[in-house]
Design a protein around this ligand. Structure first.
Ligand code: HEC
Length: 146
């Protein structure tokens, strides 16, 4: 009788250890699907991606943060004016004006562009926007601040 009890005890402990082992094994796999928030790829559930932004606008936000955020905010004037909805607030002289203004304001100043003069006189901080942005980066940026 005692022998049988021992055997049952040994078998059930073995079973228990096996179950724990398998659980841990499976757990270590499931962890790989949920990387922590300190990853380079932004995770939606970590709050590093604004859920309302399109992919292009998210790209635009990055470009904005690198190049423009030192002086501009979207909704508040800082060194430069607030930029959200700038297209609808202003009437730019020609369709690609804003691209020219942001990528080569110095050229516009050189040819004494009237509208650029007005802009510069309106704000008392003098800064020439000569950013090296491609057309597509500019489009992303506009998608973000529209
Ligand atoms: C060093 C500060 C600074 C940085 C960086 C900067 N700006 Fe500006 N921005 C200004 C100032 C100052 C003005 C006011 C007009 C002027 O002086 O040219 C302005 C004006 C503007 C205007 C015209 C606003 C209007 O009322 O029509 C736009 C559009 C603009 N900036 C976009 C950008 C974008 C996009 C970037 C980033 C790629 C950027 N700026 C980076 C300072 C800055």
């Amino acid at each position: 009788m005692k022998k049988l009890t021992n055997r049952i005890l040994i078998i059930s402990s073995g079973f228990l250890i096996l179950t724990i082992g398998i659980s841990y094994f499976l757990y270590s796999f499931s962890k790989a699907q949920y990387p922590g928030c300190a990853t380079e790829i932004p995770q939606n559930f970590c709050g590093t991606v604004s859920p309302n932004l399109t992919d292009n606008a998210t790209e635009g936000k990055k470009i904005f943060n690198i190049n423009c955020a030192a002086c501009h905010k979207l909704d508040k004037n800082m060194t430069g004016p607030a930029l959200r909805g700038i297209h609808s607030r202003r009437e730019f002289p020609y369709e690609n004006y804003l691209f020219d203004f942001i990528t080569k304001e110095d050229s516009l100043n050189k040819i004494n562009d009237r509208y650029t003069k007005i802009l510069n006189e309106e704000y008392n901080y003098k800064f020439d926007h000569n950013f090296h942005l491609t057309k597509i980066e500019f489009e992303y940026l506009m998608e973000y601040i529209k």
